[in-house]
Ligand binder design. Structure first.
Ligand code: NAP
Length: 550
C-alpha cells in the first residue's frame, strides 16, 4: 500500500467524499450546510458519475424523470423541465450540472482525481486519503459515494490486443460519440445497456451481430415527450408524491399498491392486467401488478410467460424468438430491462443473434471473434456491454486500511459485510452511500442517495452535539444485518438468477446476495428507528490524541 501518511498534506477536511456523481454532490450540499469542510474527489473530467461515463447510444434512465430527480429542494423540482417521460443521458447530465451550479457545488469537487488509498489513524480518529496525483488529504470522516456500477468490466478474452478494429465499453464511452455507419459491429452483452444500444446501432451499422449469453426480460418503455398536463399535475403535488414514493419498496410513486396474489385471479383477468401494464410501459409497474411476483415462483411464471409470449409475437424468426425468450430466471430477478424497439430489431435483415451460452466466445482475433465451436465473425467494431464489477468493485479498487490492521479487501474476501449498508465494522468514520446491504440499487437511486446522506448528516450532527468523533458499527450488529439481508433475499426469488446482485457476472467473485431487498420503505423505517434508539448497533468514541492543529 502506498504510505498515505508521508506525502504533503494538501487538505485538512472534516469530510472527504469519494465520487462526484449524484451521491457525492448531494453529500457536499448537505454536509457543507452543516458548516463542515468537505471536498469530493472525482476520477472523471466532469461531474455526474454514471451519467458522465455511460454515453453509449440510447443511454436513458429506466425510471421516469419526474421521479428520478432530487427531491430535497422544491424550487429545483418545480423549475426543472424534463422534456421526455424518461431522461436521456445528455439530459440527466445537463440536470446534474444545473444542480451543481445552482447550489455552487463545483468549488468543492476535485476532478480527474482518483483516490487510490485510505488509511485510518485510530489514535487521532482521522482518515488520510492518497490520490493518484500524489496528493494526500486528511479528514475526520470519509463518505464513499463511488457508485455501484462504476467499475466497467471487459471480460478477459484472449486476443483482445490483437483485434485490429475499434472496441468500446458501454461505461467508458468516447465523449465525441461513435459513428457505426457502414461497419460490421458486434455487441457482446444483453443487459440494460445492450438492450438500449442495440436498436440504435442496428440502424447505423452495415451489419450488427449480437452475442447473447443470457436472454434478459425487457419491457417497452413507451417513452414519449412529456405531456404538459401530466407535468403540471405532478408538480402541483410534488412534496406529497415524494412522501408517497418513500412509502413504497422501490421509492417510486404513482403505482397502485398491489392487493392480491397473481394466483387469486382468473387467467383472463391476469393477462388483461399484464397487457395493461405492457401498454402503459415501465418496469416497476409490471412487477408491482401483484403482491407476490418476486416471492412466489408459480405467480412469477405467469408474468414471465406473458412476456415470453410477447417476444414470440414480435420476433418473426421462431428460432431467434426462442433464443430471446428468457427461461433460466424468473422475471425481475435480474434487473428488468426497459427498451424502445429491442425485440423488433431482430426482424431487421442486418441483425443476427448468436447464442454464446451454447457456444462460448473463445477469443478475439485480428479480424473479429471466434467461438469455442469454431464459428468466426468478421467485425470492424466490438462493443462490450458486459457490465460492471457491481456494488463492491469501486471500494475494492481503493486500498482501504486502518492502523489496527484492518484491510477492507480482506474483510470482504467472502463477500461484502456492512451494517445497514452504511458502515463497516472495523472501519470507523467511513460511511458508504447505497452500498452492499442497502436497498439503493433496487430503488429510485436518487431517493436512496438522499435518504442515506441525510441519515449520515443527522448522525454527524448527533456526534457533534455530544463531542464525539468516532463511530463504527459493532461486529455483532454487522453480522446480524448481513444475516438479515440474506434471510430476506432467500425468502424471495432473487437468488434464482445469476445476476450482478449475486456477483455472478464476475468470475471468482463470492456468490453473496448484496442488495437489501426488503424495500426502501421498510429500510428507511429501520434506519430511523436505529437513530431514534441512540444509533443502536453503533459504538461511539473520542480521539485518544488530538488531531494535528488545523
Ligand atoms: P449487465 O446487466 O451486467 O449485463 C452484462 C451483459 O454482458 C450480460 O448480458 C452478460 O451475460 C454479458 N456478458 C458478460 N460477460 C460475458 C462474457 N464473458 N461472454 C458473453 N456475455 C457476457 O450490465 P449492463 O447492461 O451494463 O447493466 C448493468 C446495470 O446498470 C443494470 O442492471 C442497471 O441496473 C444499470 N443500467 C441501467 C440502465 C437504465 O437505467 N436504463 C441502463 C444501463 C444500465 P450474463 O447475463 O450471462 O452474465
Amino acid at each position: 500500500m502506498p504510505d498515505a501518511s508521508n506525502g504533503p498534506v494538501s487538505r485538512q477536511l472534516d469530510v472527504a467524499i469519494v465520487g462526484g456523481g449524484l451521491a457525492g454532490l448531494y453529500a457536499i450540499h448537505r454536509l457543507r450546510g452543516m458548516g463542515l469542510r468537505v471536498r469530493a474527489y472525482e476520477a472523471g473530467s466532469g461531474i455526474g458519475g454514471t451519467w458522465f461515463w455511460n454515453r453509449y447510444p440510447g443511454a436513458r434512465c429506466d425510471v421516469e424523470s419526474l421521479e428520478y430527480s432530487y427531491g430535497f429542494d422544491d424550487a429545483l423540482q418545480q423549475d426543472w423541465k424534463w422534456p421526455e417521460r424518461y431522461g436521456t443521458q445528455p439530459e440527466i447530465l445537463k440536470y446534474i450540472n444545473h444542480v451543481a451550479d445552482r447550489f455552487d457545488l463545483r468549488r468543492d469537487v476535485q476532478l480527474e482525481t482518483r483516490i487510490v488509498s485510505a488509511l485510518f489513524d485510530g489514535e487521532a480518529n482521522e482518515w488520510t486519503l492518497a490520490t493518484d496525483g500524489g496528493e494526500t488529504a486528511r479528514a475526520r470522516y470519509v463518505v464513499m459515494a463511488a457508485g455501484n456500477l462504476s467499475t466497467p468490466r471487459v471480460p478477459d478474452f484472449p486476443g483482445l490486443k490483437s483485434f485490429t478494429g475499434k472496441w468500446y465499453h458501454s461505461g467508458l464511452w468516447p465523449h465525441g460519440g461513435v459513428d457505426f455507419s457502414g461497419l460490421r459491429v458486434g455487441v457482446i452483452g444483453t443487459g440494460s445497456s445492450g438492450v438500449q444500444m442495440i436498436p440504435i446501432i442496428a440502424r447505423q451499422a452495415k451489419h450488427l451481430t449480437v452475442f447473447q449469453r443470457t436472454a434478459n426480460f425487457s419491457l417497452p418503455a413507451r417513452n414519449a415527450p412529456m405531456e404538459p398536463e401530466r407535468e403540471r399535475r405532478h408538480k402541483a403535488e410534488y412534496p406529497e408524491r415524494r412522501r408517497a414514493a418513500a412509502d413504497t419498496p422501490f421509492a417510486i410513486g404513482g403505482h397502485a399498491k398491489p392487493t392480491h396474489s397473481a394466483l387469486d385471479v382468473t387467467d383472463e383477468e391476469r393477462n388483461a392486467a399484464y397487457e395493461a401494464k405492457w401498454q402503459e410501459g415501465g418496469s416497476i409497474s409490471y412487477l408491482y401488478a401483484y403482491t407476490d411476483l418476486l416471492v412466489n415462483k408459480a405467480s412469477n411464471d405467469t408474468a414471465s410467460e406473458f412476456v415470453r409470449n410477447k417476444i414470440r409475437g414480435i420476433v418473426e424468426d421462431p428460432r431467434t424468438a426462442e433464443l430471446l425468450a428468457p427461461k433460466d430466471h424468473p422475471i425481475g430477478t435480474k434487473r428488468l430491462c426497459l427498451d424502445t424497439g429491442y425485440y423488433e430489431t431482430y426482424n431487421r435483415d442486418n441483425v443476427s443473434l448468436v447464442d454464446v451460452r451454447s457456444d462460448r466466445i473463445a477469443e478475439l482475433t485480428e479480424t473479429g471473434l471466434r467461438t469455442a465451436g469454431g464459428q468466426t465473425f468478421d467485425l470492424d467494431a466490438i462493443v462490450f456491454a458486459t457490465g460492471f464489477d457491481a456494488m463492491t468493485g469501486a471500494l475494492r479498487e481503493i486500498d482501504i486500511r486502518t492502523s489496527d490492521g484492518a484491510d477492507l479487501r480482506a474483510h470482504w474476501e467472502g463477500g461484502p459485510l456492512t451494517y445497514l449498508g452504511l458502515m463497516v465494522a472495523g472501519f470507523p468514520n467511513m460511511f458508504v452511500v447505497t452500498g452492499p446491504g442497502s436497498p439503493g440499487v433496487k430503488t429510485q437511486m436518487i431517493a436512496s442517495i438522499e435518504q442515506h446522506v441525510d441519515w449520515i448528516a443527522d448522525c454527524l450532527g448527533h456526534m457533534r452535539e455530544r463531542g464525539l468523533d468516532r463511530i463504527e458499527p459493532s461486529a455483532e450488529a454487522e453480522t446480524a444485518w448481513v444475516q438479515h439481508v440474506n434471510d430476506i433475499a432467500h425468502a424471495t426469488l432473487y437468488p434464482l438468477a445469476n445476476s450482478w446482485y449475486m456477483g455472478a457476472n464476475i468470475p471468482g467473485k463470492p456468490r453473496v446476495f448484496m442488495p437489501y431487498v426488503g424495500g426502501y420503505d421498510r429500510y428507511k423505517r429501520h434506519c430511523d428507528a436505529v437513530a431514534a434508539k441512540g444509533y443502536e448497533g453503533f459504538v461511539f468514541g473520542r480521539a485518544k490524541v488530538p488531531v494535528a492543529s488545523r
